[in-house]
Ligand binder design. Structure first.
Ligand code: NAD
Ligand code: IPM
Ligand code: MN
Length: 366
């Protein structure tokens, strides 16, 4: 079977890590008898340089015409890149938000899992790590502060900026259902994270989650305030199965959760709507500090490609093969710099490799 994959290489390390994920998809194709055809889509800073805008209508049409989209990351150094002198709607991130909205990608799945082999890259103490942990962050992706009205204006002679946080009950219900559905396939626990002690949007979130929970009697659920959740993620990450939360909280908590799995370079993601289509991308960014050096970890992008195989193409065996190859490469002692053991004396027991080599080693294990 042929699958038509839109590819947004993007900026910074984006093209470096996407190339490795494509190599892995091709290795899967060769082994299992599928073909993947790729359609390059411009988005982010590279699109600004080429067209003046971060996402053209043509790029949206290309994404819509694809079976799924694989993406690297977009953006540059927000303090120094000329892209950040442009009006906000013309900056790289505006392209990504526009695409998420255009494709109605409201459900963002970010699985944070500690590989046994990466315990030594995890900054937490051994007694906290225990047998490891495995959580799924379900982040609402098309609502909240990211998409509310905003403005900056002078009010009574004082510059004033406003961002609005809006959620409708329907937006909350559809992501909550996704969260509980996923929990049913996992350890049947949902932690809904909000700031209901302050925000109206969170109080509505809590009410709707309670209604949805009634349809899932087998799922244990709890509410947790977001500040406590940030703390619990490093105190005792084992307690979490599915973390269900709104857009901005999910953005912040998923970066935090990634670090307890060793590195942001390990955290994959799938952004889904109500169809089989999905946008698959690592949760981290364009990493301008290491771009072009050939040292970025491609595993988050490779695991995102595995999510594409599983969620958009129903190719479970193939997704399993990618995940097993990643596990094997770690078992065989290969590490990119971000997942090297923390302690000096343990560094000699593994081999440090670059982006391309890591991709090749994973392909060899497929
Ligand atoms: P970042 O995630 O790009 O980088 C944070 C740190 O993590 C850096 O030290 C970086 O080197 C490291 N890192 C990230 N991915 C890595 C990988 N695969 N391997 C090894 N190390 C990795 O976050 P930032 O510096 O705050 O943002 C840089 C730019 O990326 C900004 O323009 C931001 O808007 C953009 N961004 C884009 C996406 C996306 O496209 N989905 C996500 C997050 C940030
Ligand atoms: C992410 C990124 C994006 C977000 C940015 C680049 C708009 O940080 O995918 O986590 O905040 O959603
Ligand atoms: Mn983020």
């Amino acid at each position: 079977m042929n699958y038509h994959v839109g590819v947004i290489s993007g900026d910074g390390i984006g093209p470096e890590v996407v190339a490795e994920a494509q190599k892995v998809l091709d290795a899967i194709g060769a082994k299992f008898g599928h073909t993947f055809t790729y359609d390059a889509i411009l988005m982010g800073g590279c699109s600004i340089d080429a067209t003046g805008v971060p996402l053209t209508d043509e790029a949206i049409a290309q994404a819509k015409a694809s079976d799924a989209v694989l993406m690297g990351s977009i953006g540059g150094n927000t303090a120094t890149s000329p892209w950040y002198k442009l009006a906000p709607h013309l900056r790289p991130e505006a392209g990504l938000l526009k695409l998420r909205k255009a494709l109605n990608l409201f459900a963002n799945l970010r699985p944070a899992y500690l590989y046994e082999e990466l315990k030594e890259a995890c900054p937490l103490r051994d007694d906290i790590i225990g047998d490891g942990f495995d959580m799924m962050i379900m982040r609402e992706l098309t609502g909240g502060l990211y998409f509310g009205a905003r403005k900056t204006e002078e009010v009574n002679g004082v510059m004033t900026a406003v961002d609005t946080l809006t959620y409708t009950e329907d937006e909350i219900r559809r992501i909550a259902k996704r969260g509980f559905d996923i929990a049913m396939k996992r350890r049947k626990k949902v932690t809904s994270v909000d700031k209901a002690n302050v925000l109206d949007s969170s109080r509505l979130w809590r009410k709707v989650v309670e209604e949805v929970a009634k349809d899932y009697p087998k799922v244990t659920y709890e509410h947790m305030l977001v500040d406590n959740c940030a703390m619990q993620l490093v105190k005792d990450p084992k307690q979490f199965d599915v973390i269900l939360t709104e857009n901005m909280f999910g953005d912040i908590l998923s970066d935090e959760a990634s670090m307890v799995t060793g590195s942001i370079g390990m955290l994959s993601s799938a952004s889904l709507n109500d169809t089989k289509f999905g946008l698959y991308e690592p949760s981290g960014g364009s990493a301008p500090d290491i771009a072009g050096k050939g040292i970025a970890n491609p595993i988050a992008t490779i695991l995102s490609a595995a999510m594409m195989l599983r969620y958009s193409f129903d190719l479970d065996k193939e997704a399993d093969a990618v995940e097993a190859a990643v596990k094997q490469v770690l078992k065989d002692g290969y590490r990119t710099i971000d997942i090297m053991p923390q302690e000096e004396d343990k560094k000699a027991s593994v081999t440090q490799v670059g982006t391309k080599q890591m991709g090749d080693l994973i392909c060899e294990r497929i």
